[in-house]
Design a protein around this ligand. Structure first.
Ligand SMILES: Nc1nc2c(ncn2[C@@H]2O[C@H](COP(=O)(O)OP(=O)(O)O)[C@@H](O)[C@H]2O)c(=O)[nH]1
Ligand SMILES: [Mg+2]
Length: 390
């Protein structure tokens, strides 16, 4: 499917920048427009692939291009004040050619954490196409303020978007890796997974013909109904046959280059690996409301039987009656299984964040009560700071 991607803040901008690179590399055709919004000029200048006219610096009168630090309240205020500048860039998007917006942001910082929910709300008000979020959760080693920012921004973001796709840095950070090096690999992982997912709905003319190709409406229907989503992914290398997949499939009989049973088994085990391996947001897959299985690879290594078996297995594992599946023909020497689990409920990390948000709220109330009892005179001064964020 075709997306207009808007990266908010540093992580958001970098990830969209990588999506543009992925799109050019793979010709997947998913990025119709790419915009980066930031309060920090240096972050915008550090991008490589997003066109200059699509890099929007906001809050210049407030922070003079220096960013908002980890102050997501200020990030939200600036986004609201300067929404017209963001809209100016969005005006250049041919919205009749896109299937959805994707607003990408790190939830733990200031600009994206505060601004992404504001932008999502704005887009929902103006456009009828879906607005999806891609929210990145901070690592637990980043410190309390990042967790608190994420806890509060997450609640707002999930409410404003049609579906919030989540990637948790915390479960992807590898020990001993430098932060920057770590992010590079992490961003590659993000782009690969969501690239295959969204690319599935974008099989163009001249591409290989699949048996039951996933289309955009299946992705949209899986995401419809809202909530939080996570993506599983697994691959296996295969050999590409010399002739086109289409030809080899019709040669048939004993000459058949790819053994059907083997192909089916490979698909079903890749489905299990993807669903039971590391998800972008680790969670129990049981209870997911909807799911979509995308099998990507050369057509001679895909078959309807394998995909149908994988789909059935996902139905059993999730308990969902709404599991879709199909193929995504790609001329690459690997078969990939990409699974979107939408409306997941049993997510330890989200419960943890909600707890943090509740505790912070309790603390705020405790401080308030104390202030009312003992420090009547100081309350007025403090009250500004004690207001809930959004
Ligand atoms: N996956 C990923 N996460 C990032 C990257 N840069 C920052 N983050 C995460 O995003 C959070 C917000 O940081 P940042 O985007 O710099 O904040 P902002 O610019 O104020 O929106 C951080 O706490 C990190 O968890 C990145 O390149 N990739
Ligand atoms: Mg930063």
């Amino acid at each position: 499917m075709k997306l207009a991607m808007i990266g908010f803040g540093q992580a958001g901008g970098k990830i969209v920048d990588r999506f543009v690179d992925y799109d050019e590399r793979t010709q997947s055709g998913i990025v119709r427009s790419a915009i980066a919004v930031n309060t920090a000029k240096a972050d915008l200048m550090g991008l490589e692939n997003i066109q200059n006219e699509n890099r929007v610096l906001i809050g210049q009168s407030r922070v003079k291009g220096h960013g908002v630090g980890a102050d997501n309240e200020l990030g939200a205020e600036i986004a609201e004040e300067d929404i017209d500048e963001v809209q100016g860039a969005i005006d250049s998007i041919p919205t009749h050619e896109i299937d959805a917006f994707l607003v990408v942001a790190g939830m733990g910082g200031g600009t994206g954490s505060g601004g992404a929910p504001v932008l999502a709300k704005h887009l929902k008000r103006i456009y009828t196409i879906p607005v999806y979020g891609l929210g990145v959760l901070p690592g637990s080693d980043e410190g309390g303020i990042y967790t608190l920012n994420a806890a509060r921004s997450f609640q707002t973001f999930v409410r404003e978007v049609d579906n919030l796709l989540v990637f948790d840095n915390d479960s992807w950070r590898q020990a001993g890796e430098s932060v920057e090096g770590g992010y590079e690999e992490i961003n590659e992982e993000i782009v690969r997974r969501f690239g295959v997912l969204f690319g599935a709905g974008e099989v163009g003319q001249g591409d290989e013909v699949g048996e039951s190709v996933v289309d955009s409406s299946e992705i949209i229907n899986t995401l419809a109904g809202g909530g939080i989503s996570t993506v599983g992914y697994a691959t296996e290398e295969v050999e590409l046959s010399d002739d086109s997949g289409l030809l080899s499939r019709f040669t048939g009989g004993d000459d058949e280059q790819v053994d059907t049973a083997h192909t089916t088994n490979r698909i079903t085990s890749l489905v299990r690996k993807a669903a039971l391996g590391r998800l972008t947001l680790p969670c129990e897959i049981e209870g997911a409301e909807r799911a979509l299985l995308v099998m990507a690879g050369p057509t001679e290594h895909l078959n309807r039987k394998g995909i149908e078996r994988g789909r059935k297995w996902l139905e059993e594992q999730t308990g969902s009656m709404e599991v879709r599946g199909g193929d995504y023909p790609l001329r690459e020497p690997q078969v990939a299984s990409c699974i979107l689990l939408s409306g997941v409920n049993n997510v330890p990390r989200i419960k943890e964040l909600q707890q943090v948000a509740i505790e912070a709220q309790d603390n705020i109330e405790a401080i308030r009560e104390e202030s009312e009892d003992n420090l009547q005179n100081l309350v007025e001064d403090d009250e500004d700071e004690l207001e809930p964020l959004f």
